[in-house]
Design a protein around this ligand. Structure first.
Ligand code: ATP
Ligand code: MG
Length: 622
C-alpha cells in the first residue's frame, strides 16, 4: 500500500466511533461517510431498509421497553440500532473485535446507535470482573459505551427478566408454551435427529391453568433443578430442530451477579436474545453463521410477542456473517480460560493472549484493529485469516504513529580508539523520518559504545556489509568508522570491537557524504545508555491450527503451544527512554515496535514488550 493510502485509512479508522453528536443534540442524522467503506452485504441490506423507510416508524422512550413503554414516545432518532452482546464470562478476544468494530461502525455510518449489552442471563459463570474488563476493552477499541451515554449506551439483559417472565406467561396463555417434566435424557431422545422426527412430550397437553401454576412455582423456587422446564409449543416434527419445542426457561437456584437470589428460573439464550433485541429497538441484529438455523425461531418468537401486544413492529432482523478465524491462536473463551486457569499464560492480559486486554499490554494499537477489520471485511463464507494479516495492519499503523528510538538488544562493546576518553558530543536523530514535524532528539556519543553483536563478524560471510576488520560502516546519525581489530577472552570470544572514527563524516555536517559506505548500524553511548528488561514475544502456538497440528497426539491444542513464545532479556536503551510513561509505544530502530508495559513499568523504570517485529520474518520454531 502507498503510505498516503495507509494514512488516509488510519485517519478514517481512528475516527471510527466519534459519537454521533448531532444525534444527541437534535434529530438530524450524523454525517454520511459510508463512501469511505467498501460496501458489503450487510450494508446493502441496511441501505435497502433505509430506502424503503422500513424502520422509520419506530418509537423510543430513551430506554428499552415493551410496547407499553414505547408506543407514546417520540420517533426513534437513531436511524438504525445495532448491538454488541457479550456474555460476561471472560475477557473479549480478537474475534469479538470484528463484531464490535462492525456494529459500532455501522451505527456511526448510518446515524445510528450501537448498544453494548451484557447478555448476563446465565448466573453461574458471570462476574463483575468480566463486565468491567469488557467495558474497558470496548472503550479501548474506540467505543464510547457508558451507562449514561445515549449515543452508546450499556444495558444488561438481566434487567429485562420481569418482562421475559411476563412474555412467557403470555405464550402459555395462548397455548404456545408448556411445562415439560421429562428428564433431560428423555427430552434428548424424544427430540429426534436430523433425519427422524421428534416425539411429543407426554406433558405437552397440560392445561393452561396447570402450566401457569407450575411455572409460577418454578419461579418461586418450589421445584428442584432439572425437574421441569418451560418449552415453546411449535412442532416436534419440524425439519428444523430449533423449532422442536425449544426450551425457554430452566430452574437454577443460583446467585446472579446483579439480581442476587431473586430468581429461581433463568431464560435460555435462544429465548432471551430475540427479546433483548426487540426491547432495545434493535433494527439489525448481527450474529455469526451458526445461528442461521435459529432465525425462523427468532422470527416466530418475536411475531408471537407482537401479536399479544407486547412488542411493536417493525421487529428486529437477524443477519448472519462469518466469524473471524485467525491462525496461530485459539478464539474460544473456553480455551482461553483453560490457558489462564492452567497457568500456561500469566493471566487474561498476558501479552501473548489473543484477548483485547492482552493486545493492549502487548503494544498493539486500536487503530490497528480498526484497519484489520476494514481489510478483512464481512462476508458469509467461513475462512481463515493468517495472523500475518493482523500483524501487518498493526505494523502499518505503528509505522506511521510511533516515534523512533534506539535499543541494543544483544550488546557488544565498540571502542573508538581515536576518540578522547573524556569527551562526548551530541548527535541529532530524527524522531520520525516521515514526520519531520516531530523534530529531532539528542543522542550522546562517546568513546565506548554498545552495538548489536549481530552487526559484527570476524570473518564476514559473503554479502555482509556491516562491521568486520578492515571494513567501514556508518554509525547511524553519527560518524563513519573503520574497524581496526578485536579483543577476545580466554575462550576466544570477541569481547570488544576496536575502530577509528572519521571526524569529518558526522551526519548532517558538511563532510557527511565524503565517504561512501554500504553498512549502517545503530549504537548507544555506553555511559549514557541504561539497562532495561525487554520481553520478546513470539506466537503462542507454533502451528496455524492449534489442536490439529503435527505435535498434537490427542488433539489437544495445548500440545501445540510454542515453548519459546516469551523470551526475557536485558537490553541497553537510549537515555530518553528512561523517563517514559507506561503504555508509551515506540519503534526501536531495526527491531520492531515496543511498548512500556502498562502493568509492570514504573516511572523511571520501564519494562518493555515487543509487540511485533518490523517485517514478517516468522518461521516455525524448531
Ligand atoms: P466464544 O465462542 O469465544 O465463547 P462467544 O460467542 O460465546 O465467544 P459472546 O460473549 O457470546 O462470546 O459473543 C459476543 C458477540 O461476539 C456475539 O455477537 C458473537 O457473535 C460475537 N463473536 C464471538 N466470537 C466471534 C468471532 N470469532 N468472530 C466474529 N464475531 C464473534
Ligand atoms: Mg456465545
Amino acid at each position: 500500500m502507498q503510505s498516503t493510502e495507509i494514512q488516509a485509512k488510519i485517519a478514517h479508522a481512528s475516527s471510527i466511533f466519534q459519537p454521533s453528536q448531532e444525534l444527541m443534540s437534535n434529530n438530524k442524522p450524523a454525517a454520511d461517510n459510508t463512501a469511505a467503506h467498501a460496501t458489503n452485504f450487510i450494508r446493502n441490506i441496511i441501505d435497502a431498509d433505509l430506502a424503503e423507510n422500513a424502520y422509520a416508524t419506530r418509537r423510543w422512550s430513551g430506554k428499552p421497553g415493551t410496547a407499553a413503554e414505547q408506543q407514546d414516545a417520540p420517533l426513534d432518532a437513531a436511524k438504525i440500532r445495532t448491538r454488541f452482546p457479550p456474555e460476561p464470562n471472560g475477557y473479549l478476544h480478537f474475534g469479538h473485535s470484528k463484531s464490535i468494530l462492525l456494529n459500532f461502525g455501522l451505527a456511526r455510518d448510518y446515524g445510528g446507535v450501537c448498544h453494548l449489552r451484557f447478555d448476563d442471563t446465565n448466573p453461574e459463570k458471570e462476574e463483575q470482573e468480566f463486565v468491567d474488563g469488557i467495558v474497558e476493552s470496548v472503550r479501548w477499541l474506540g467505543g464510547d459505551s457508558a451507562l449514561d451515554n445515549p449515543a452508546a449506551p450499556i444495558y444488561f439483559a438481566s434487567d429485562y427478566f420481569d418482562w421475559m417472565y411476563r412474555f412467557a406467561k403470555h405464550l402459555i396463555e395462548h397455548g404456545d408454551a408448556y411445562v415439560d417434566s421429562q428428564s433431560a435424557e428423555e427430552m434428548r431422545v424424544n427430540r429426534g435427529t436430523l433425519t427422524e422426527a421428534g416425539k411429543d412430550s407426554p406433558y405437552r397437553n397440560r392445561s393452561v391453568a396447570e402450566n401457569l401454576e407450575l411455572f409460577r412455582a418454578m419461579r418461586d423456587g418450589q421445584h428442584a433443578e432439572g425437574s421441569h422446564i418451560l418449552r415453546a409449543k411449535i412442532d416436534m416434527a419440524s425439519g428444523n430442530i430449533n423449532l422442536r419445542d425449544p426450551a425457554l426457561y430452566r430452574i437454577k437456584h443460583a446467585q446472579h451477579h446483579r439480581q442476587g437470589d431473586k430468581w429461581h428460573i433463568y431464560p435460555m439464550y435462544a429465548y432471551a436474545h430475540p427479546i433483548e433485541d426487540a426491547l432495545e429497538n434493535i433494527t439489525h441484529s448481527i450474529c455469526t453463521l451458526e445461528f442461521e438455523d435459529q432465525r425462523p425461531w427468532y422470527d416466530w418468537l418475536l411475531a408471537k410477542l407482537a401479536e399479544v401486544g407486547e412488542l411493536l413492529r417493525p421487529l428486529p432482523k437477524q443477519i448472519e456473517m462469518s466469524r473471524l478465524n485467525l491462525t496461530y491462536i485459539v478464539l474460544s473463551k473456553r480455551y482461553l480460560k483453560q490457558l489462564v486457569d492452567e497457568n500456561h499464560v500469566a493471566g487474561w492480559d498476558d501479552p501473548r493472549m489473543p484477548t483485547i486486554v492482552g493486545a493492549r499490554r502487548r503494544g498493539f494499537m486500536p487503530e490497528g484493529f480498526q484497519l484489520f477489520a476494514e481489510r478483512i471485511g464481512v462476508s458469509k463464507s467461513d475462512s481463515w485469516i493468517d495472523m500475518s494479516v493482523f500483524e501487518d495492519c498493526q505494523r502499518d499503523v505503528m509505522n506511521d504513529k510511533c516515534l523512533r528510538r534506539v535499543a541494543v538488544l544483544n550488546p557488544l562493546k565498540l571502542e573508538i580508539t581515536n576518540y578522547d576518553a573524556l569527551s562526548e558530543e551530541i548527535c541529532m536523530a530524527p524522531n520520525h523520518p516521515q514526520h519531520p514535524e516531530t523534530g529531532k532528539r539528542e543522542m550522546p556519543f562517546s568513546r565506548e559504545l554498545w552495538i548489536e553483536r549481530e552487526d559484527f563478524e570476524e570473518t564476514p560471510p559473503k554479502g555482509f556489509f556491516r562491521l568486520f576488520p578492515g571494513n567501514m560502516v556508518r554509525l547511524r546519525y553519527a560518524f563513519v568508522i573503520k574497524c581496526t581489530g578485536v579483543e577476545k577472552d580466554a575462550a576466544g570470544n570477541v569481547t570488544k570491537v576496536l575502530a577509528e572514527y572519521l571526524p569529518e563524516t558526522k551526519s548532517g555536517g558538511l563532510g557527511a557524504d565524503t565517504v561512501k559506505v554500504k553498512g549502517n548500524i545503530h549504537w548507544l553511548s555506553a555511559k549514557h545508555a541504561h539497562a532495561s528488561e525487554v520481553r520478546l514475544f513470539d506466537r503462542l502456538f507454533k502451528v496455524p491450527h492449534p489442536g490439529r497440528g503435527a505435535d498434537s497426539q490427542n488433539g489437544s491444542f495445548l500440545d501445540d503451544l510454542n515453548p519459546h513464545s516469551k523470551q526475557t532479556i536485558t537490553a541497553y536503551l537510549e537515555p530518553s527512554l528512561l523517563t517514559t510513561t507506561p503504555e508509551s509505544l515506540f519503534q526501536f530502530e531495526r527491531h520492531g515496535y515496543f511498548v512500556a508495559d502498562r502493568v509492570e513499568s514504573v516511572v523511571g523504570k520501564p519494562v518493555w514488550n515487543r509487540a511485533v517485529t518490523l517485517k514478517d520474518s516468522w518461521s516455525p520454531p524448531k
